[in-house]
Write a protein that binds this ligand. Structure first.
Ligand SMILES: Cc1cc2nc3c(=O)[nH]c(=O)nc-3n(C[C@H](O)[C@H](O)[C@H](O)COP(=O)(O)O)c2cc1C
Length: 326
């Protein structure tokens, strides 16, 4: 069901003489949601305030006024509405608070039409929902998965991890977020070093296999015939197929809800000869793997590459204050 748009009469849709606010009226005409005008007006006031309004209206004739939360309770009950079925525009801040106390999403209209429009755009044209427990949302992907390599001295293990990020330039820190149940989590808790490996899209099947099997039960390197070498530091397995690998020394470990964030200091960087000396990836040679969630993978469309290097920086972006990495 489309949300109902409730709107204050005097102060929003009309003035004290009942003249229509033309900007608001124009916007409302373009919206086909049901509209209800909320007012305190008694019969005499209605004749003035509502004389130019064609939308249906609701009033308790000052018994009580909108500043009393009971007003909105009665309004919801009359229309058999749940608070999340309406959005509301109100000019009086006390009335705004009393509507909000009833759980009604309310915009405080202070005369700014642009803010009013943006509010409608967000809350009428877009869907809102509060995240539910255990509900997974992948809409914020794609993101590039890395493969964590770790060893406990007896077994070498590799695990894809899409929740990864660079965390600091100097020192060069890289973080991976690993669910507590993973075998990799057990290893990382104990080990001093681990590797982060980036795979080309042509190796996406391997990545998927590593992410849908557990080192708890099998030896992944044998099972998937994984080629790897020992790193410079001890117990750091490096995936041979990776176009880029970091050898990391574990620096920080912190648990956030279901996951543990392991932050490593990048001590050694391995790049294959396809990667030039420039700081950005040459996507004519390497196709980074991106993950869309739920076993869906994608790579970059090279045609979309845009080089904005020549576009001037805004004056607020002073080279004196910000160390620019080119
Ligand atoms: C593309 C992809 C990305 C993943 N990202 C993560 C992640 O960020 N964190 C995590 O804990 N598990 C992630 N997983 C799940 C683990 O890789 C998976 O559970 C794996 O079997 C764990 O292996 P292990 O038990 O040998 O450590 C991902 C899986 C895939 C396929």
């Amino acid at each position: 069901m489309k949300k109902i748009l409730a709107i204050d009469a005097v102060g929003c849709l009309v003035d004290l003489k009942g003249n229509i606010n033309k900007s608001i009226s124009k916007i409302l005409k373009k919206i086909d949601n049901k509209k209800i005008v909320l007012t305190n007006a008694d019969n005499k006031e209605k004749k003035i305030f509502l004389k130019n309004i064609s939308y249906e209206s609701f009033s308790l004739k000052h018994k009580p006024n909108k500043t009393n939360p009971k007003y909105y309770k009665k309004f919801l009950s009359k229309y058999k509405l749940q608070p999340n079925e309406i959005i509301y525009i109100e000019h009086d801040i006390k009335a705004v608070k009393s509507a909000r106390l009833n759980g009604i999403l309310t915009h405080h209209f202070d005369g700014n039409i642009k803010n009013f429009k943006n509010f409608l755009n967000s809350f009428l044209n877009k869907k809102q929902n509060f995240p539910k427990k255990n509900e997974i949302n992948f809409h914020y992907y794609p993101h590039h998965p890395v493969v964590i390599g770790a060893s406990n001295g007896k077994k070498v293990n590799f695990m894809p991890c899409v929740w990864n990020s660079g965390m600091s330039y100097d020192p060069f820190l890289y973080g991976v977020s690993v669910r507590k149940e993973r075998y990799t989590n057990q290893i990382l808790k104990k080990s001093r070093f681990f590797s982060i490996n980036f795979l080309d899209f042509k190796n996406v099947n391997l990545l998927r296999s590593l992410g849908r099997s557990s080192g708890k039960l099998i030896n992944k390197t044998r099972e998937f015939k994984i080629e790897y070498s020992n790193g410079y530091f001890s117990n750091v397995p490096i995936l041979s197929k990776a176009y880029l690998s970091f050898e990391c020394k574990k620096k920080f470990t912190k648990t956030y809800g279901t996951h543990t964030l392991f932050v490593g200091k990048v001590e050694l960087i391995h790049t294959d000869n396809k990667i030039s000396n420039k700081s950005i990836l040459d996507i004519s040679k390497v196709s980074p793997t991106l993950y869309l969630g739920a076993d869906h993978y994608v790579s970059l469309n090279k045609k979309t590459l845009k080089n904005l290097k020549k576009m001037p920086f805004h004056k607020s972006y002073s080279a004196k204050n910000i160390k620019l990495i080119t």
